[in-house]
Each structure stands twice: as C-alpha cells, then as structure tokens.
Design a protein around this ligand. Structure first.
Ligand SMILES: [Zn+2]
Length: 267
C-alpha cells in the first residue's frame, strides 16, 4: 500500500517555497501540461467531441476513405460547430497582429528563400488529402547539418510553437519510416477567432492531444524529419507550415509570409 503524505509535518515555509516553484500556466513558450485521460464517468465536452469527429473525418479524407463530396459537406459544417462550441466554452480570441513565430529561437529569416518563399498554391485542394498538388505552404528550416533533428547550435530539439491560440482538431503521431504519408507526424490547429486552420508537419514528436485548447506560444511538438519526402537525405530539416482560411467551405490556402515577418520570436 502507498503511504499517505503527512502534510501536517511539512513546515509551512517549505510549502510556500514549493508552490513558488510551480510553473505559471500563462507562461508563453512553456510546454502544455500533459493532460490526464478523462475519467470514465466524465463525458467529453461538446467541443471535445466535435474535435474528435473532425479528426476522424480529416484522417479518412487524408487516406481517400471518404467520398470527397461528403467531406466537402461535413467538414466545413463541423468547423462552424467547433467555432460555436469554442466560444460557448469560453475560448479566447487572439488578434492576428499578436501572432508569434512558430519555432522557438528562430525568426522569419529561417523561411525558405526565393520570390515565393516556397509558397505555390496552384493545384492544391484540401479535399485531395494526402494526394494533393501544389505546395501552399512555407518551409521553415532549422540548423541541422547532420540531420539528427537537433539544433546544431544547442544540441536540443527545436520546439514548434503555436502561432496563435485555438484548439487542436487533428494529429498524427504514428508515422514510421516506409509510410507513404507525406506529412509524417503532424498537427492541425483551428483558430476560431481569425478563421484559420494551421497545419504543422514533419514533426519528430507531437506534444498535444486532439481537443486541447492552446494559448499562443505553447509547444505543439518538435521539428523533425517525418514524412515521405522530408525523411529523405536531400531534404534539409524543416517545419512545413500551411494556413487555410475557413471563411469558405473550399478551405483555400493563405500566404502568411508577411505575417511571419511581423511576428515576435519566442526565446
Ligand atoms: Zn513543405
């Protein structure tokens, strides 16, 4: 049997010192506290249930296991519902002008070069899933010459931070070498306040569950080399970042390079 702690014997000063060591929940750039699995008798909140449903449909669409027309009908409807539930459950709004750079310790100079910065939306359709065309995305490169996922300057993994607040609506944590999945380990985050869906791909690890509400700057995971092409030697280690507008059912991509130029770096 586990012995109970005898709190009466702990001097009060020690208790105060201990409580000061606890991390502040509002600290930007800190990892989200790991969530306990909900107790069996606690039903998921409506928001939680809708996020899980989005995750289910998004994964089916990715693998071509749901008719495109059904996905075009159901996914935008689900996003409207998530938006309503997010605000009903006291979700916060975060203005676009407060967006943060998504890699800890990096800034917009890490985004790919060239006039388009890698953003090529032609031929892209979200509803094509894993087989989509185009590259409606920005690739953000880390210092990793030996391709071990670690920052050459620190020897540590690079934290992927959420640009803005919102709720995690889908993710993939099981990618393994040999899989045809292009995004590898990834995460989709919905920001109901600015009507955007963000896709963070090629991670080495995903750190937050579906349904988790996040504040700007929270850790979503770490930069990696997961994904069909990102894993190949010719690909420098990077974060693949896509931003889709949820104001129309087509979920059209948006180039957020200009926004990233204005973002603040989280140290
Ligand atoms: Zn990319």
């Amino acid at each position: 049997m586990v012995k109970q702690l005898r709190w009466k014997r702990v001097p009060p000063l020690l208790l105060v010192t201990f409580s000061l060591l606890l991390p502040l929940p509002t600290d930007y750039g800190q990892a989200a506290t790991p969530e306990e699995p909900p107790a069996a008798e606690t039903p998921p909140s409506p928001l939680d249930a809708s996020c899980r449903e989005f995750h289910r449909l998004n994964s089916l669409l990715r693998d071509g296991n749901i008719p495109k027309e059904q996905a075009r009908r159901e996914l935008p409807r689900l996003l409207s519902r998530i938006k309503e539930e997010y605000f009903r459950e006291n979700g916060k709004s975060f203005p676009r002008t407060d967006w943060l750079f998504p890699l800890r310790g990096y800034r917009a100079t890490a985004v790919g070069d060239g006039p388009s910065h890698g953003y090529l939306p032609k031929g892209y359709d979200y509803y094509d899933g894993n087989r989509h065309g185009g590259h409606p995305s920005l690739d953000i490169f880390i210092h990793d010459r030996n391709q071990d996922d670690l920052d050459d300057r620190t020897g540590e993994p690079v934290a992927v931070l959420t640009i803005t607040g919102g709720v995690v609506v889908s993710r993939e944590t099981q990618w393994q070498e040999g899989s045809k999945l292009r995004g590898g380990k990834y995460l989709w985050l919905y920001d109901p306040s600015t009507d955007h869906l963000f896709y963070y791909a090629h991670l080495r690890e995903v750190a937050v569950p579906v349904g988790r509400r996040v504040m700007p700057g929270e850790i979503l995971g770490f930069v990696g080399r997961s994904g069909l092409n990102a894993h190949k030697k010719r690909s420098p280690t990077h974060l693949h970042l896509t931003c889709l507008s949820t104001t129309t059912p087509a979920l059209l991509p948006e180039n957020i390079y200009a926004d990233l130029l204005r973002t603040r770096t989280v140290k």
